[in-house]
Structures are given as C-alpha cells and as structure tokens.
Design a protein around this ligand. Sequence first.
Ligand SMILES: O=C(O)C(=O)Cc1ccccc1
Length: 277
Amino acid sequence: MAKRPTIAIQGIKASFHEEAALTYFGEEIETLECMTFKRMFEEMKQERADYIVMAIENSIAGSLLPNYSLLQDYNFPIIGEIFLPVQLHLLALPGLRFEDIKYVQSHPIAIRQCEEFLQDLQGITVLEKSDTAACAKEIQDLQLKDTVAIANLNAAKAFGLEVLERRIESNKKNYTRFLVIAREHEDIKDANKASVCFRVNNKPGSLAKVLTIFAQNNINLSKIQSMPVLGKPNEYNFYLDLEWTEQKAYDLSLRKILKYTHNLSVMGEYKSNDTRK
Ligand SMILES: O=C(O)C(=O)Cc1ccccc1
C-alpha cells in the first residue's frame, strides 16, 4: 500500500485547514499541524511534508498578503485549489450562559467574518489566536468558564463544547480559497488555470499592455493582486490567476507578455476547482 501523503496545515485537527485538506485529498492522509503559515513551508523544505494546504483569500477578509510572499520565497509549485464554505459558531463549555462571557477567542480570519455579531457584544474582549480549533481545545483543556470560541462544528464535537449561538458569520455565503502546494513538480492533466507573478516597468500603460494580451487571447483573469516589492519604491509584484479553455492560447499569451514584463514566474498550473454556488 502506498504511503499516506503528509499534508502540512495551519492549525490543529478540526481547523478549517484540516477540513480543506480532507476535502481535497480524502480521508487517507496524515496531517502535520503547524502553528504558523511559515512553519508549513519550513516543514516541507525539511521534507517532513509532501503537500501544504494554505488559505490565500477569503470573501470577507480578502487576500492573505503575507502568504503570497511565502509562495515567492519558497518557490514550491501550486497544484490545486479548494473553495471551502465557512460557517462559524460560538462554542462554550456546556452550561455556560451569555452573561458569563468575558472573552471571545478565534483566528483573525474568523473574527473578521463575525464582526457584526461581535459589535453587539458589550464589554467582551476579543482575542486573536493561532487557529479556531486550538481556541476550542483550550477552553476544554483549561476549563475556561468565562471564554467562548468562534469555530466550526468539528471543533465542537472534537473538544466537547456546546453551540451557544449558531451561524454568527456576517455573510452566510462566505468562502475561503485554499491553495494546494506540492514539494515536487507534478504534471497536472487538463490544467485550465494558472497562478503567475510578474513586474512591469513604471511607465504609462505597462500593465494595460499585458492585460490586453490576455484579453486578446481569450484568457480570463479570475484574480489580480499587487504587492509592493520590498526595498524597491514604485515596484510591484502582480499576482494573477488566469483561466483558459485553449491551452495553446495560454502558452502563446505567456510568450507574448515576456516582452512587457520582468521577473515572470509561473507559480503553478492546475485544474480550476471553483465549487462556489
Ligand atoms: O483557524 C482555522 O481553523 C483556520 O484554518 C484558519 C481559517 C479560519 C477561518 C476561515 C478559514 C481559515
């Protein structure tokens, strides 16, 4: 039997990262729990992980900008994507009443998704922690009787907590997009999406020129994100997600943009997997 792949996730079991990893790879995996996003890349560099599953964007919180830098710094290929619906609940030790709450703890992405709900809570301190599941676990481990966690139902079940309030996210249709990153290059059959990065000259129309080439070749731009290049004023890295129906048109447009860009890198070619409704 082939060895189960080891997937580095940010957070512990029952976190959204674990759910994303299970959604993509199925149940036959080992997960490697990492407390930070950078740790996942270090583990992969040390060959203790075969893949990374990493959140890159959320419908409310937006892009996770430092994660773009990690992709650049470590240069491992993106081989897939997952869109996960994010439903959040307020979890507490059984029997806890609303008036007992002094602290609400969760991952910053989850906190930002529940801002409307949190605004209505008077005199309660919000604490940002490493991941939603660890917040739930801590309440059980330390028997915290004045603290609640924002997390998912897997965490409630895994750590014996009760749901004090269901579905507290502001936008009921919110999704998080995760990337699947491999240690080694993999040839993805029928790839129809790519994540690329480049810089352009600081001159009028430089970026427009590149975007026109994609438009002329019928390449859809599903995302564009810019990030300043550290130590180089006026220089930006542009991160683009491209989608195509004709592989040849994509190949051609990449060749054509070479003339108008510098530091062009293809961060990964993979199958589009947009499961949002
Ligand atoms: O804290 C977690 O469970 C994570 O995996 C990070 C996260 C939090 C909220 C939405 C998506 C990802």
